[in-house]
Design a protein around this ligand. Structure first.
Ligand SMILES: Nc1nc(=O)c2c([nH]1)NC[C@@H]1CN(c3ccc(C(=O)N[C@@H](CCC(=O)O)C(=O)O)cc3)C=[N+]21
Length: 294
């Protein structure tokens, strides 16, 4: 079993990003600028956004945080988005999800200028991804592709089973793994909560991508010997032993699955760290107008 080490890969890729940001600063006198909008003060979102901001500073980007109370209206949020869309000083911005129930995340996602949508959630970016056109890729799937690429994991011709069909992970992941690219060229099966006999599919997976949102959902009996196992789970539980007061669990029963796997990502220290690298890459690409002219 070999660990797909998100810490190692993300540090390596962030070094490259820092070099390119420094080059940009020298040439143009400005840094890539990411803005994050955070609504409410739920501990989880707070931690992730703080980590995004910290990583921006680390690689020499400018980052700004816009905070709203949980009572903010959809209209107020939309007017902020309009302002950021127009602001030439802002290269990319994200609205941290989940949002409170009175705000429709689809309305928010579509209001963001797709040329600044460094999360890659806008339908234009998703549609362009599906057609293999230049676009911002959604950060978590992009991060997984970067991880597979870094370790040279062979994917062509393999059976890839994705568990979970969310808009931001499972569904785009299935598209990326099926396309004619490296990594890619898999035969992909997208499974979900209504899949009958799920383990019959997962047991056939050469590459298993778990994005369900349930702690220890993938058990050893569901995994083929020698499989590549990618754990996208981020299940937070309160804990008295960690500094943050939370402990993070994946969707995979790591202890029992790892001995069977050829490669496996840990949680924490796997996919989450790659998600941040992808966001940085997208922000750099936005700042350089690499994908869209602005
Ligand atoms: N608009 C939007 N864009 C997102 O990209 C987005 C979002 N909303 N909502 C929530 C999810 C979650 N997410 C993570 C980012 C970093 C880690 C991360 O750094 N994880 C570390 C440590 C985490 C810890 O220890 O708490 C690790 O896995 O090792 C995890 C998860 C981005 N998300």
């Amino acid at each position: 079993m070999k660990l797909l080490d998100g810490k190692l890969v993300s540090e390596e890729l962030k070094k490259q990003i820092a070099v390119e940001a420094a080059e940009m600063l020298e040439k143009t006198g400005r840094k890539p600028h990411l803005v994050a909008i955070l609504v409410g003060n739920d501990g989880g979102s707070e931690t992730y956004v703080a980590s995004k901001m910290r990583n921006c500073e680390k690689v020499g980007f400018k980052s700004s945080l816009v905070r709203y109370d949980v009572t903010v209206t959809e209209a107020e949020l939309l007017s902020k988005i309009e302002e950021l869309n127009k602001d030439a000083e802002v290269d990319g911005f994200i609205v941290q999800l989940p949002l409170p129930k009175h705000i429709n995340p689809d309305v928010i996602t579509e209001a963001i200028d797709y040329r600044k949508d460094v999360d890659g959630f806008h339908p234009i970016n998703l549609g362009r991804m599906q057609r293999n056109l230049p676009c911002f890729l959604p950060a978590t799937p992009y991060g997984i592709m970067l991880m597979l690429e870094y370790y040279g994991v062979e994917t062509a011709g393999k059976n890839c089973v994705v568990v979970g069909r969310s808009n931001i992970v499972g569904s785009p992941m299935s598209i990326l793994m099926a396309r004619n690219s490296n990594p890619g060229n898999c035969t992909v099966t997208l499974t979900h909560s209504r899949t009958a006999n799920l383990s019959e599919f997962t047991k056939n997976a050469d590459i298993l991508i778990a994005a369900i949102g349930k702690k220890n959902f993938i058990t050893a009996d569901m995994v083929k010997d020698g499989a590549v196992v990618i754990d996208v789970g981020m299940n937070r539980e309160t804990s008295t032993t960690t500094k943050s007061g939370f402990k993070l669990y994946g969707d995979v029963d790591f202890e029992n699955v790892a001995p069977k796997a050829s490669y496996i990502t840990p949680v924490p220290g796997g996919v989450g760290l790659m998600t941040i690298v992808s966001l940085l890459r997208n922000t750099l690409a936005a700042a350089r107008n690499e994908i869209y002219a602005k």
